[in-house]
Ligand binder design. Structure first.
Ligand code: HEC
Ligand code: HEC
Length: 361
C-alpha cells in the first residue's frame, strides 16, 4: 500500500492511504439508481486525475483559468457572477451552472446541448469565451509537465495523453460530486425534523394550487421534481419556458437543439440543490436573490407563445379573466416559507469536502 501526505490538508494531518481500483458511489436509497457509461468506469485513479485536470489552468490558452474558476466549490461549483469571463475577458452570456448530482442529468447545459459529461467537457475547453485552447495544445502542455504522464498511466493503463482521456477523467471526477447531506436529505432519512415554516414551504413548493377546493401551492414541484428538485429526465420533458421574457425578447433555448419553434424560450429546469449558494439565478443570471426569483414566479410572469401551461393555469385565486396578467397570488409569508425550504437544500459538507477541493494548492 502506498502512502502520501495530503498537501491541501496541511502537514499536521496523518498520511492518507491512496485508494485504487473501482470507485463506488454512495447513493442514497431515495434517489434512483443510474447506469454509468460502460466505456468510462469510475476508478480512484481516474477520479484523482480528473480532479487535477478540473483545477488545471494549463488547459486555458493563457494559463489563467481552470474549470474551477467558474465552478467554485464554495458556491456549490457555480459562480457568484451573472456571467463568468473566459480567458479573453468575454463571456458566453450564460450563468455558470452548479455542478452536483450530475449522474442524474442526461441533457447538459441550459439548452441541453450536450448529452454526456465527456462530450460537455470539450465545449468549455475550446470555446473562445471560455478556456479557448485547441485540444491538441492542451495535450502538448500536459505532456510537458512531469505530473501528468504517470497520472494518465495509472488511470488508463499507459501514459498516452489524448483529448478523449482528458474528457473521460474530467467526467469521472464530476460524477463523484454528490450533494446528499443537506438538511432536506437528513429530513428525508428521518434524522431530523424541519421547522414548521420549512415544512410549510416544502408543501407549498410541491403543491399545484387548487383554489376551488382551498389547496394553496407554489407549483414549483411541477417542474423541479423529486428529491433532486430537477427537471424530468425523460427526453426533453425537463425543458420549459418559465415566463422570463415576452415574445420579442425570447431566446432560442431548446430550439437551438431541436430546431422546433415550439421549443423557443425553453430552458432546462435545473436542480435546486444548494440553490441558496448559487446566486445569481436563471440561464443569464438575471436575478440576484431568491426573493427576486419568488417575485418573478408570483407576479412578473411574461406571456409568450411557448409559456408553460403549468404556469398559465396555476393560481391561488380562481382565474376569471384569462387575458389578465398571470399571478400565483402567494402571500409574502408564503414566499418567505418557500425560501426557507430552499435553504434546507444547502449541504455544507459538500462545499467543504476536501476530496473536491483544488489539489494543486
Ligand atoms: C468561463 C467560465 C467557465 C469555465 C472556465 C468552465 N465552465 Fe462549465 N459552465 C459555464 C457556463 C456558463 C455553463 C452553462 C453553459 C451552457 O448552458 O451552454 C457551464 C456548464 C457546465 C456544465 C453543465 C452542467 C449541467 O448541469 O448541465 C458542466 C458539466 C460544466 N460546465 C463543466 C465544466 C468543465 C469540466 C470545465 C473545464 C473543462 C468547465 N465547465 C469550465 C462556465 C464555465
Ligand atoms: C413550468 C416549469 C417551472 C415551474 C412551475 C417553476 N420553475 Fe423554476 N425553473 C424552471 C426553468 C425552465 C428554469 C430555468 C429557466 C432559465 O434559466 O431560463 C427555472 C429556474 C429556477 C431557478 C433558478 C435556478 C438556477 O440555478 O439559476 C430557481 C431558484 C427556481 N426555478 C425556483 C422555482 C420556484 C421556487 C418555483 C415555484 C414558485 C419554480 N421554480 C417553478 C421551470 C419552472
Amino acid at each position: 500500500m502506498l502512502f502520501f501526505s495530503c498537501q491541501s490538508a496541511g502537514l499536521e494531518e496523518e498520511p492518507q492511504p491512496i485508494e485504487t481500483g473501482a470507485f463506488e458511489l454512495d447513493l442514497p436509497t431515495y434517489m434512483s439508481n443510474v447506469r454509468l457509461p460502460e466505456d468510462n468506469p469510475l476508478t480512484h485513479e481516474g477520479v484523482r486525475l480528473g480532479r487535477m485536470l478540473f483545477y488545471e489552468t494549463a488547459l486555458s490558452s493563457n494559463n489563467s483559468i481552470s474549470c474551477g474558476s467558474c465552478h467554485q466549490q464554495q458556491f456549490a461549483f457555480a459562480d457568484n457572477k451573472p456571467h463568468s469571463p473566459g480567458v479573453l475577458g468575454s463571456s458566453t452570456g450564460l450563468n455558470a451552472m452548479s455542478l452536483s448530482n450530475l449522474i442524474w442529468t442526461n441533457h447538459l447545459n441550459w439548452n441541453g446541448s450536450a448529452t454526456s459529461l465527456e462530450e460537455q467537457a470539450f465545449m468549455p475547453l475550446t470555446h473562445p469565451d471560455e478556456m479557448n485552447q485547441p485540444i491538441a495544445e492542451s495535450v502538448r502542455k500536459l505532456e510537458a509537465k512531469d505530473l501528468y504522464p504517470p497520472l494518465f498511466q495509472a488511470a488508463f493503463g499507459d501514459d498516452k495523453i489524448t483529448g478523449e482521456r482528458i474528457a473521460k477523467a474530467l467526467a469521472q471526477f464530476q460524477r463523484t460530486l454528490l450533494s446528499t447531506n443537506s438538511k432536506y436529505d437528513q429530513y428525508l432519512r428521518g434524522e431530523l425534523a424541519l421547522t414548521e415554516r420549512e415544512r410549510n414551504g416544502m408543501q407549498l413548493f410541491f403543491m399545484h394550487p387548487e383554489p376551488r377546493i382551498g389547496l394553496r401551492g407554489g407549483n414549483c414541484g411541477d417542474c423541479h421534481l423529486g428529491a433532486l428538485l430537477a427537471g424530468s429526465r425523460r427526453g426533453f420533458d425537463g425543458f420549459h419556458n418559465n415566463g422570463l421574457d415576452s415574445d420579442e425578447n425570447l431566446k432560442d433555448g431548446l430550439k437551438a437543439i431541436t430546431g422546433m419553434d415550439y421549443d423557443k424560450g425553453k430552458f432546462r429546469a435545473p436542480h435546486l440543490r444548494n440553490i441558496a449558494l448559487t446566486a445569481p439565478y436563471m440561464h443569464d443570471g438575471r436575478f440576484a436573490t431568491l426573493e427576486q426569483v419568488l417575485d418573478h414566479y408570483n407576479e412578473h410572469i411574461q406571456r409568450s407563445k411557448t409559456l408553460d401551461p403549468l404556469i398559465i393555469e396555476a393560481s391561488n385565486e380562481v382565474i376569471e379573466d384569462f387575458d389578465a396578467p398571470i399571478k400565483l397570488h402567494l402571500t409574502e409569508q408564503e414566499k418567505q416559507d418557500i425560501i426557507l425550504f430552499l435553504h434546507t437544500l444547502t449541504d455544507s459538507e459538500f462545499i467543504t469536502n476536501p476530496a473536491f477541493s483544488n489539489p494543486h494548492r
